[in-house]
Write a protein that binds this ligand. Structure first.
Ligand SMILES: CC(=O)SCCNC(=O)CCNC(=O)[C@H](O)C(C)(C)COP(=O)(O)OP(=O)(O)OC[C@H]1O[C@@H](n2cnc3c(N)ncnc32)[C@H](O)[C@@H]1OP(=O)(O)O
Ligand SMILES: O=C([O-])CC(=O)C(=O)O
Length: 464
């Protein structure tokens, strides 16, 4: 069903893969040193594009784009990943299986680490295991929360949604923003990116402690949180702090989940929001807090919570004997009730989401997950829903997206509080959002300000 990989992206992937082989032997440069190396040629590329092609037309703007949520408009610069409607996401040209093969894992594990994905997104290069480990060590050093943020989180009511708590906690971290302080001192534009990088690394480093504290506060009233283990990677510590550190399979799943959800080009609502807010030179904490608020919508990241809620309701109604026919009936009931089927459809993808495929492959590789009724229901639903959605006739993409699968493994391993699931997505999506913030400042991108029209003004424009 998958279209052949485009020549350009397979060429990029082969060349990154070849270079990865060389670099593994050679480079011990830090992330910042690597960025100092890769930023100048990109700045030159942007200058060239502006000078030579500033007026080249690459698409039309139709009225349907304007009234259809800007769907299909080629209107943003985003370096780290590009989404193909059929084959899905590529990170600097690398597909998900490429990344699984090439990106370093943690000692004793098989899944790529968040640090190695962050390195790839930021630099376009595959890190050596030493570089990935060195970035882990750097993040561990930066990972403690300010005491006032801990107290602030502890004071919030348990009934406040975990995503609201995450967004408020991230916004509060701006108390110590290096970018904001430097801006107030009066730095020059070419220096913006280094202070932005400083904030971005601090943000990524502190997210596990922040997100785990929210989980423990809401769902485990004893408030005990594991201390940071300096030998572990970012996700190893996150899993520990959540209380799942003794479950190696769960920790590996979290590594895969967090690497895969890291970036999905620029136009998705969370990434775009963080980019838009960042374009005003609001610091990375405020920018990403805004992105998290977009992620908390049920048509976007919150869908992973909705999938489990919907699936539980289906299980309750159907009972123990689940067949394709009664799943089909439940799907029709949902659609006829005027609701969307969570975990299906997509703004850009027109094929099953390769992230959904990768997460289900993980489940298929472990016997205890294969036997899980929750995971079996996800698989059975994915066998039935596309035909129902095609017959329903509205959805442009009747196939499962990542949210259809992401929660079921968490649920099986005992993280059953599904209102928390989007927080894990929020820990992950920071990887792509902060990468763009660093690059937007390094490239000197301007404040975002598209032109809008009223319907009357649009009609006038059409007549003219
Ligand atoms: C990580 C992520 O954000 S992945 C997406 C997570 N979201 C979900 O899973 C929620 C369910 N899916 C949806 O609501 C949509 O498919 C979206 C929001 C993801 C994409 O929206 P769009 O780009 O507008 O989709 P599309 O162009 O196919 O929509 C056409 C129609 O089909 C409907 N439709 C799309 N997906 C579904 C679905 N899963 N179930 C029922 N109807 C759907 C739309 O609501 C729309 O109806 P309308 O004409 O009455 O307004
Ligand atoms: O790309 C989108 O619009 C939604 C999505 O899958 C993501 O952000 O991961």
């Amino acid at each position: 069903m998958f279209r052949h990989v485009s020549l350009q992206s397979s060429f990029a992937a082969r060349s990154i893969a070849r270079n990865a082989g060389c670099r593994r032997l050679a480079s011990t440069k830090t992330l910042k040193e690597t960025l100092q190396e890769v930023i100048p040629p990109k700045q030159e590329q942007l200058k060239r594009l502006k000078a030579e092609h500033g007026h080249t037309v690459v698409g039309d703007v139709k009225v349907e784009n304007i009234i259809g949520g800007m769907r299909g408009l080629k209107a943003m610069l985003w370096e780290a990943s590009v989404l193909d409607p059929i084959e899905g996401i590529r990170f600097h040209g690398l597909s998900i299986p490429d990344c699984q093969k090439l990106l370093p894992s943690s000692p004793g594990g098989k899944e790529m680490t968040a640090e190695s994905m962050l390195w790839l997104l930021m630099t376009g290069k595959v890190p050596t295991p030493e570089q990935s480990k060195q970035l882990s060590d750097e993040l561990v050093e930066r990972g403690e929360l300010p005491t006032f943020v801990e107290k602030f989180l502890d004071s919030l009511p348990k009934t406040l949604h975990p995503m609201s708590q995450l967004s408020m906690g991230v916004a509060a971290l701006n108390h110590d923003s290096a970018f904001q302080a430097a801006y107030e001192r009066g730095i020059k534009k070419p220096d913006y990116w280094t202070y932005t990088l400083e904030d971005c690394l601090n943000l990524v480093a502190k997210l596990p402690a922040l997100a785990a504290r929210i989980y423990r506060n809401i769902y485990h009233s004893d408030k005990s949180i594991a201390p940071t283990d300096r030998n572990l990677d970012l996700v190893g510590n996150y899993s520990n702090k959540l209380g799942f550190g003794d479950n190696q399979a769960m920790t590996e799943y979290l590594r895969l989940y967090i690497a895969l959800h890291g970036d999905h080009e620029g136009g998705n609502a969370s990434a775009h929001t963080a980019h838009l807010v960042g374009s005003t030179l609001a610091d990375p904490y405020l920018s990403y807090a805004a992105g998290l608020n977009a992620l908390a919508g049920p048509l976007h990241g919150l869908a992973n919570q909705e999938v489990l809620r919907w699936q539980m309701a289906m299980q309750k109604e159907i009972g123990d004997t689940i067949t394709h026919d009664n799943i089909k009936e439940y799907l029709w009931k949902t659609l006829k009730g005027g609701q969307v089927v969570p975990g299906y459809g997509h703004g850009v993808l027109r094929n099953p989401d390769p992230r959904f495929v990768a997460l289900l492959e993980f489940a298929k590789s472990r016997p205890e997950l294969q036997a899980s009724p929750t995971i079996q229901l996800v698989q059975q639903t994915a066998e039935v829903a596309p035909d129902v959605l095609k017959e329903h006739g509205k959805t442009k993409n009747p196939y499962p997206n990542v949210d259809a699968a992401s929660g079921c493994v968490l649920y099986h391993y005992g993280l059953t509080e599904f209102k928390y699931y989007t927080v894990i997505f929020g820990v992950s999506r920071a990887l792509g959002a902060v990468t763009q913030l660093v690059w937007a400042r390094a490239l000197g991108l301007p404040i975002e300000r598209p032109k809008s029209y009223s319907m009357d003004a649009l009609e006038k424009l059409i007549k003219n």
